[in-house]
Design a protein around this ligand. Structure first.
Ligand code: KG4
Ligand code: ZN
Length: 321
């Protein structure tokens, strides 16, 4: 029994996962409502809210799994990358549980966590595969040859794909977090109504800073009444441009390393157009695409545990190593 804890951004999450990858419980308390009026995550507010929620969320995850805290055999916790104050709340709680129970603590990298969402039951994915990790903070192409490790093939040179969705949503006057709002609105629009070219950069990297600028110009040209009328077309065309850029590079990467199997993880993997654009891709269930603790518990099966008192020396880190 592994207790996973995740507080890297604005989701307070805890989950219980069995050694074979079966998810016994997964609790995610989203703070999106709290940050909406600011149009994005406010780090100080996120930390404070994590502090209020972490105890109840852990208790609920344990109760929901039908177990007792004394049945937990190890604790896995996100140490980074993410908001440092937010990470420290989850890490401190994890240290407390592991120390009190005298069980090992496993430091988990958030990105490894997203990849490990694919190893959860009931249909875990087996490496090797080429993985697109697209979230609010990262857009990476990885080759995964065994569980617990990956090699980077490419990354974004500027904005992350999820960030492009969030910033685009703001331009369109849609609420934060923008990805899901664009996804929903795009269903009612024409993806070929506008042309939003995504810059093609060298190698297997991405660039998404230009596409939001072209959306901004289109919205300016339309004016307020025009935006009102064409909002769904704009959302559909913008989403289509981002999805096309992501899928093209994913297939190029798979060809480059000669690995046939492809997978998509991270919050943007919840996007309905992306999911249907790569029908043969391995995908985690929707609930495990956006931030959650089941993926962290899953990754904790493949990282090195620290026994007390060494576990108390663990520290959080803000950016990827
Ligand atoms: O993985 P995640 O929950 O948090 C990070 O680690 O960043 O990803 C959040 C990102 C946000 O940018 C959000 O707008 C995006 O994932 N997202 C979506 C969808 N659902 C969430 N983007 C496009 N379509 C969606 N349905
Ligand atoms: Zn994430």
């Amino acid at each position: 029994m592994i207790l996973g804890i995740e507080t890297s951004c604005d989701e307070t999450a805890a989950a219980v996962v069995a050694a074979d990858g079966e998810v016994l419980s997964s609790i995610v308390a989203s703070q999106a409502e709290l940050h909406r009026r600011y149009g994005g995550v406010v780090p100080e507010i996120a930390s404070r809210r994590h502090l209020e929620l972490i105890g109840p969320v852990i208790r609920e995850a344990v109760a929901d799994a039908g177990i007792d805290l004394k049945d937990v055999e190890r604790v896995g916790v996100t140490c980074g990358p993410g908001l440092i104050g937010a990470l420290l709340v989850g890490l401190s709680a994890a240290k407390a549980v592991a120390w009190a129970r005298g069980i090992p603590l496993v430091p988990v990298d958030h990105l490894q966590g997203h990849v490990a969402s694919l190893y959860l039951g009931p249909a875990p994915v087996e490496p090797p595969f080429v993985c697109l990790l697209a979230s609010g903070g990262h857009t990476l192409l990885l080759v995964v040859r065994s569980r617990g490790t990956f090699e980077r093939l490419g990354t974004t040179l500027d904005d992350a794909a999820g960030e492009a969705f969030d910033k685009g949503a703001r331009v369109l006057g849609l609420p934060y977090p923008g990805g899901a709002a664009i996804d929903a609105l795009a269903r009612h629009g024409d993806p070929s109504a506008f042309s939003f070219p995504v810059a093609r950069v060298q190698g297997l990297d991405f660039s998404f800073s230009g596409v939001k600028t072209s959306l901004l110009y289109a919205v300016r040209d339309l004016g307020e009444a025009g935006l009102e009328e064409r909002r769904a077309d704009l959302a559909a065309s913008y989403q289509h441009a981002i999805v096309r850029a992501l899928t093209q590079r994913l297939h190029e990467a798979a060809e480059h390393v000669g690995v046939a199997r492809v997978a998509i993880v991270g919050g943007v993997a919840a996007n309905s157009e992306l999911r249907s654009a790569v029908p043969d891709a391995a995908l985690a269930p929707l609930a495990f695409c956006t931030d959650n603790a089941a993926m962290i518990a899953s990754a904790a099966r493949y990282a090195d545990p620290l026994a007390p008192p060494d576990s108390l020396t663990l520290d959080a880190y803000a950016s990827a190593a």
